[in-house]
Design a protein around this ligand. Structure first.
Ligand SMILES: [Zn+2]
Length: 319
């Protein structure tokens, strides 16, 4: 069975910004450490994945060398917005267009590639974002996160942040509403008419393919690697069996999984001490890398692992 794998290349500053920490404006970065580490690990299992790059990082020239390695080593480059603001769904149409123009330009300059897929920061999207994506000829969006647990994740985040009322208001959709749990796990098309977006199982000229971030079939609880790492702080065995069972449920339900990775799945407290508010950051890097290797190795043996674009193209063939 086909499975796609992607990594949202959130940088240190973007976590600090969402969390409301001072100092993010100077764009502190861990890309120099992280990107080669992840690329080497993916090579071990012969995996090609999609990296969703933040335009602001691509606009900083000192990041170009390391970002260029992503495309040079055969991975797909996607767009993860310019400013990485999880309140993207509040932008008006002009702001959304500017966000795409600036991020596409920067990502193209840094990597030599034009992104054909998009994932919104903090799973944010809106009819305006989807219609701009369609107008800009994107092949797919993958910003939906079908889980009932979004509000719980948001509550955890707020509890561990020092955000004031107005900053919380901006982030009140972070990780989505509880009713996102009723969304489909299988890819579908958004039919876009003006500001109206409805979902459809069939493709049309006004459609945009949506590939949801896979959550556990039936229970709709998150299964991306950050959650597995969080469980691994209690027990590596429980964490891995949680993940493998979720993948087996996907197989039983004929859901082709789309697995989401994040930078902090590969960085431990010995690499990064300023992000200790993040779940799973009590683990050291070697412990996280062991879990990541087990999970990615298992995926590479059990599934035909492809990039998001290849997953989207396979959907197009099947439609
Ligand atoms: Zn992100």
């Amino acid at each position: 069975m086909l499975a796609s794998i992607s990594l949202d290349l959130d940088n240190k500053w973007s976590y600090m910004k969402t969390h409301g920490d001072a100092g993010w404006e100077s764009f502190p970065s861990y890309l120099e450490l992280l990107v080669p580490r992840v690329l080497d690990l993916l090579d071990e299992f012969n995996l090609k994945i999609t990296f969703f790059i933040v335009g602001q990082d691509a606009a900083i020239e000192s990041n170009h060398r390391v970002l260029r390695q992503i495309s040079l080593r055969g991975h797909e480059v996607g767009n993860h917005s310019f400013h990485h603001e999880p309140w993207l769904h509040l932008y008006d149409r002009q702001q959304v267009i500017e966000e795409f123009e600036s991020s596409e330009r920067a990502i193209q300059q840094a990597t030599g590639e034009t992104p054909q897929g998009f994932r919104g920061p903090g799973f944010s999207y809106s009819p305006t974002v989807l219609s701009v994506l369609r107008d800009r000829k994107y092949i797919y969006d993958c910003s939906t996160f079908p889980t009932f647990l979004g509000p719980l994740a948001r509550m955890y985040y707020f509890l561990h942040s020092g955000l004031g009322r107005s900053e919380r208001d901006k982030r009140k959709q972070l990780f989505g509403d509880w009713n996102a749990g009723f969304q489909s796990l299988r890819p579908y098309w958004w039919q876009i008419n003006g500001t109206e977006c409805v979902t459809s199982r069939s493709r049309s000229a006004t459609g945009l393919l949506e590939i949801p971030v896979t959550t556990m079939p039936w229970l709709k609880v998150p299964i991306h690697l950050s959650y597995v790492m969080y469980l691994a702080t209690y027990s590596k065995m429980i964490a891995k069996s949680y993940f493998y069972n979720a993948m087996r449920f996907c197989w039983i339900n004929r859901v082709q999984p789309s697995l989401l990775l994040h930078p902090l799945d590969f960085l431990g407290c010995d690499d990064e001490s300023d992000l200790s508010f993040f779940p799973g950051m009590s683990l050291r890097s070697h412990a996280k890398l062991n879990v990541a290797k087990d999970v990615l190795g298992w995926m590479s043996r059990k599934f035909q692992c492809v990039t998001m674009l290849e997953h989207a193209e396979a959907m197009g063939r099947d439609a």
